[in-house]
Design a binder for this molecule. Structure first.
Ligand code: TRP
Length: 333
């Protein structure tokens, strides 16, 4: 029974690309998982920018996952900062992490490389310690709950490998304690094109927010880039962002029907309307639930508190064991 653990950083609002690529499959697999999966809001990883944005995004992200059907009775759903064992373990792991290992982290190296490319800049300019030791906090997230599998994007693979290295060093020094985690890279994860045809991503500002209101959803979908083929001219579905997005939402039969419409020369305006209707049908119930939850933050807070209590029932005794291993012990029983 492999333990699967996923952290979601609270930055911004999820978009429809996150929904089809990560949220929908994660919710589906959480329903038939043999072991209880762990999902947590990684708010300690988001410190340093705008404080209200962290708080608001935590609310939006939790509400979104609940609204799309993540069932807190089937998964461990918690906020990282509600688990004080995590920062304590982070320090303990610092003591077993080679500085040289952190020097090799891609994110830190990229920041240094950018500084070095700018004449007169110190290589570590504006590099904060949380960027430098980010992988150690992430290792604590993972090792605390003995995760076997960690589904992440390709950019996070190195961090999971570092968690493994740190765990190995600890186990070697103090005896078998941590489970060695493995990254699961979703190479088959659907990535959606954005409004401009490039990959949908916050950094390109080309996203369709998952819970945009109906009007805004339609408005955004109408902006999706198409070519200049006229109504009646046959169109190639394999070269169409509209088709790609449609396919990610639709059944095989619906998709086949749309391919026929392309061959018959469907007008782009009509295809956009079809896409809007298909997405809206799927998202409308979840959107209503999202809006309801956003209006009742108390309910979300309660879910997170209950999740924290369940997670701490695991982390508290394990940390006690870890403390004993490293020699932090009561002097008398
Ligand atoms: N660093 C991850 C990201 O930026 C989020 C994250 C934090 C995470 N802790 C984790 C993911 C532990 C998996 C496991 O996306």
């Amino acid at each position: 029974m492999a333990i699967v653990l996923t952290g979601i950083k609270p930055t911004g609002q999820p978009h429809i690309g996150n929904y089809v690529g990560a949220m929908k499959p994660a919710v589906a697999s959480s329903r038939d998982a043999s072991a209880t999966p762990y999902f947590f809001i990684a708010d300690y990883h988001a410190i340093g920018g705008d404080a209200d944005a962290v708080a608001h995004s935590t609310l939006e992200i939790t509400a979104s996952w609940l609204a799309v059907g993540l069932d807190p009775n089937r998964v461990m759903l918690y906020r990282q900062s509600d688990i004080p064992e995590i920062p304590e373990l982070t320090w303990i792991l610092h003591c077993m992490t080679a500085k040289g290992l952190m020097n090799r982290a891609h994110a830190y190296k990229a920041a240094v490389a950018e500084n070095e490319a700018t004449p007169g800049r110190d290589p570590d300019q504006a590099v904060m310690m949380n960027l430098y030791s980010y992988p150690i906090l992430m290792a604590a997230d993972i090792l605390m709950f003995k995760a076997d599998k960690v589904p992440v994007g390709r950019d996070q693979k190195q961090h999971v490998e570092m968690a493994r290295d740190i765990a190995q060093r600890f186990n070697h020094h103090f005896g078998e304690t941590f489970v060695l985690p493995e990254a699961v890279i979703g190479d088959n994860i659907a990535t959606l094109p954005g409004l401009d045809g490039r990959k949908m991503s916050k950094s390109y500002s080309n996203v369709v927010p998952l819970f945009a209101g109906e009007k805004q959803l339609r408005k955004l979908l109408m902006k999706i880039k198409t070519n200049s083929l006229e109504p009646g001219q046959p169109k190639d579905p394999n070269d169409s962002a509209l088709y790609e997005i449609y396919r990610a939402f639709a059944t095989d039969a619906e998709t086949a029907a749309v391919r026929t419409r392309y061959a018959e020369g469907i007008a782009w305006g009509e295809m956009k309307q079809l896409l809007f209707e298909r997405i809206n049908t799927e998202l409308a119930p979840a959107r209503a639930e999202y809006e309801r939850l956003m209006a009742h933050p108390r309910e979300i807070e309660d879910v997170l508190q209950q999740g924290a209590a369940k997670a701490r029932a695991v982390s508290r005794p394990f940390l006690a064991e870890i403390r004993d291993r490293i020699g932090i012990r009561p002097l008398a029983r």
